[in-house]
Design a protein around this ligand. Structure first.
Ligand code: ZN
Length: 294
């Protein structure tokens, strides 16, 4: 269930010529409690136009999307699957940092599964001759995540194929009784060769064959949001392609570290590993006029 929180607070404008008049800000969020791996959709309304607002969470500062008149700001906040549980405080700040408004919410446990899996031993202890390749893959993925469009490209999302959620997002995994990792995606059951569609409008920032994730497509949806499609048997897009929601990316398979054919669907929001299923519930925000397609 989603709750709505409305908090109103006064934002003091410092450095303004005497005497500073407080700016009323109203924060509306899709939820005041977020699970580990969850996404909160935030709208901030200001009674007066502001040049910009950033959401500051520790060292992370992400600009909110500004509506043309400067009184409405929107953004998504992602909680990594390993985020610390409990009360969390973030703030909304003008870009110069001179003014800020604190806002609190609660992070609850994702209650993730523990899965013990048997896979080809070469995916538990990477053979020496493959180490260079694994390193190159990591660099390639990191580079792809740096290629994000600053502007939001998505308006809504759909499942990449028709299959129920396996519910294994965030699972702590033990491979062949030793290696441990977190499962940063949701596995969708799919026979080999099932068409895989783009979950939302975006741009292909990586399309290729990687050691662990096999046939891989990464989509940039702008404003720091990416979706991932792993273990594909074929890829029908190339890097740089623009895709619309529902466009065919390729077909499911069992390439890379798998126990059988399926689609691994993942999402990443400003560096946080979030549950891809959560993008399906995002509000259908209109694109700002400046970035709307012609
Ligand atoms: Zn998976």
């Amino acid at each position: 269930m989603r709750l709505t929180l409305i908090a109103t607070a006064a934002l003091a404008v410092s450095g303004a010529p005497a005497p500073p008049r407080p700016v009323g800000l109203t924060v509306t969020a899709s939820s005041v409690t977020a699970r580990q791996g969850g996404i909160i959709a935030i709208t901030v309304r200001s009674e007066r136009p502001l040049p910009g607002l950033v959401l500051a969470d520790g060292d992370r500062r992400s600009p909110l999307e500004r509506e043309a008149d400067g009184t409405v700001f929107r953004g998504l906040h992602g909680l990594d699957l390993a985020a610390t549980t409990g009360a969390r405080r973030v703030s909304f700040e003008t870009p110069d940092g001179a003014t800020s408004l604190a806002w609190s919410f609660h992070v609850t446990s994702g209650r993730f599964l523990v899965q013990r899996l048997s896979v080809d031993p070469r995916y538990v202890e990477v053979p020496k001759e493959e180490l260079e390749r694994v390193k190159a893959d990591q660099a390639r993925v990191a580079e792809a995540y740096r290629r994000s469009s600053a502007a939001r490209l998505w308006t809504s999302f759909t499942r990449p194929l028709e299959a129920p959620s396996s519910g294994n997002f965030g699972a702590r995994r033990v491979y062949n009784g030793k290696t441990q990792s977190f499962h940063a995606g949701s596995d969708l059951a799919a026979a080999e060769g099932t068409p895989v569609a783009a979950a939302g409008d975006g741009r292909v920032v990586l399309a290729g064959d990687l050691y662990f994730s096999g046939g891989t497509v990464l989509l940039d949806h702008g404003a720091g949001l990416f979706t991932q499609y792993f273990h594909l048997s074929r890829i029908d897009v190339t890097e740089g392609d623009s895709v619309v929601k529902g466009a065919r990316l390729g077909a499911s398979g069992h390439t890379g570290r798998v126990t059988g054919p399926h689609l691994h669907w993942g999402a990443r929001l400003l560096g946080a590993r979030v549950n891809p299923e959560d993008v399906l519930a995002l509000p259908a925000w209109p694109l700002p006029a400046a970035h709307a397609p012609p």
